[in-house]
Design a protein around this ligand. Structure first.
Ligand code: AMP
Length: 221
């Protein structure tokens, strides 16, 4: 029987948050709440949110908090989050972290912990530049580290693999600067609150999974 989790995955772009979040979702029957995925879908569908968010995403900047916070609040109220959730890409600013605390408080919930995935700069650039995403199911691949069996095709659903516009080298640099300036301060924010668990994000996906489980106190095993 899997226990429940309510966690935040914190780390720079390319730290492997999405990969670990997808696995945690299955492992704990929790829902993965990826603000990046929600925004990309909105952009693809040209919804009002998508139209407002596109310019920020394309230049590697953060979408304004006002557009993100309500979206997360609504998402966490959905039925599939009842058993737990893995926040992937939110919060990304101190102000978002404060809003999250309020949202959870109103729901009578609290985070179990914040998993901070640490990866050196050099590894991040390599991972992001080679990352490919499935248009159909969102599965993640890497051209050399984790290639699909057939080039350009998702092993899981047969969907087409593509490179996110913001995974191109020019935008990667901008995103890393934004991370350092606006998101990295969250590491101390959560450390000071005794909620931070640090995880070495370098290695094989399985090795990192084991570290994540250990950080969660092996719950559900
Ligand atoms: P991600 O898939 O998490 O790397 O997010 C891709 C892009 O979506 C980011 O570079 C931002 O432009 C935007 N984004 C995702 N999550 C947030 C957030 N919590 N706050 C502001 N912008 C976000």
């Amino acid at each position: 029987m899997a226990g429940s989790v309510r966690v935040v995955l914190l780390g720079p772009p390319g730290a492997g948050k999405g990969t670990q979040a997808k696995w945690l979702q299955e492992r704990f029957e929790a829902c993965q709440v990826s603000t990046g995925d929600i925004l990309r879908k909105a952009v693809a569908e040209q919804t009002p949110l998508g139209k407002q968010a596109a310019a920020y995403i394309n230049r590697g900047a953060l979408v304004p908090d006002s557009l993100i916070v309500d979206l997360v609040a609504e998402r966490l109220k959905e039925k599939d989050c009842d058993k737990g959730f893995v926040l992937d890409g939110f919060p990304r600013t101190i102000s978002q972290a404060e809003s999250l605390e309020e949202i959870l408080k109103k729901m009578g919930l609290a985070l179990d912990c914040v998993l901070s995935v640490q990866v050196p700069h050099r590894v991040i650039v390599e991972r992001l530049a080679g990352r490919r995403t499935c248009k159909g199911c969102g599965a993640l691949y890497h051209l050399t580290l984790d290639p699909p069996s057939k080039e350009g095709v998702c092993d899981r659903c047969g969907g087409e693999l593509y490179q996110r516009d913001d995974d191109r080298e020019e935008t990667i640099t901008a995103r890393l600067k934004v991370y350092e300036a606006q998101t990295a301060p969250l590491v101390n924010y959560y450390r000071e609150r005794g909620m931070l668990r640090e995880i070495d994000g370098v290695g094989k996906v399985n090795e990192i999974r084991s570290r994540v489980l250990q950080a969660l106190g092996d719950r559900g095993t």
